[in-house]
Design a protein around this ligand. Structure first.
Ligand SMILES: [Zn+2]
Length: 243
């Protein structure tokens, strides 16, 4: 039983060391992540605006070709007007001419609207593009800072992690799950020592009888106030000095 408790406490000490290293990174990981998301959002927006622009340009080109074709027809129809033999033919031709002219007018109006859309889209692109540059620069600086911090502690962290993994293997699965659950709920600290009659996690007094039982290391007790696993100060010291 004493091994079961001391192994858990060893795990706690290593996890606390890893937590400290993680804390050195501060807000940087979150900040980098946030900036990356922001950049992605704006880049996607830019991409779809560029698509709108390209599609509009293609449509204008197709419309111009159609206008060209209609104009050629018009020239042909107008020449034919001089060769009509009767009113019926004349009416048919003028109808064609009116129709083509109306089509050309509509296509020109469409192109004007498309031109305006391109102009608007261009303005929007020019407005947003510098934001991406600024955010990217900001993100790169923060990422560099973060990598520096990670690199400084890399070896130490690897060493602690390797030790931690080894210790974790020797912890029984239910104990490990219990430990991890409390650790998550209690801001990283799942195990507390009884120091000067109080739980070192929440500083509430541990009943005298319970203190005696805890010192015997025969069972796993949890603090009645905070739920952390309790060990005696002696055991804590013993494990700490072993490191
Ligand atoms: Zn407590």
């Amino acid at each position: 039983m004493i091994t079961r408790l001391s192994v858990l406490y060893e795990l706690q000490l290593l996890d606390s060391q890893l937590d400290e290293l993680e804390e050195l990174r501060g807000d940087l990981p979150l900040a980098v992540e946030g900036l990356k998301n922001q950049i992605k959002g704006i880049s996607d927006q830019l991409e779809s605006k560029k698509e709108i622009k390209n599609e509009s340009m293609e449509k204008i080109k197709a419309n111009e070709e159609e206008i060209e074709r209609l104009n050629q027809n018009l020239t042909k129809f107008k020449a034919q007007l001089y060769q009509v033999r009767n009113n019926k033919e004349y009416d048919a031709l003028t109808k064609e001419i009116d129709h083509s002219e109306a089509d050309i007018e509509k296509l020109n109006a469409d192109n004007k609207a498309l031109d305006e859309l391109i102009q608007r889209t261009d303005n929007e692109i020019n407005e947003v593009a510098p934001q991406v540059e600024k955010l990217t620069l900001d993100m790169e600086i923060k990422q560099e800072d973060l990598e520096k911090i990670i690199k400084t502690n890399e070896q130490e962290e690897e060493k602690i992690k390797a030790k931690r993994d080894k210790i974790a293997e020797s912890v029984k699965k239910p104990d490990y799950n219990n430990y991890m659950r409390i650790r998550k709920a209690k801001n990283g600290q799942a195990i507390a020592a009884v120091i000067r009659s109080a739980c070192s996690g929440c500083h509430n007094v541990v009943p005298a009888q319970r203190q005696i039982e805890i010192k015997q290391n025969k069972r796993l007790f949890t603090c009645e106030s905070c739920g952390r696993i309790l060990i005696s100060a002696e055991l804590a010291e013993q494990v700490e000095s072993k490191k």
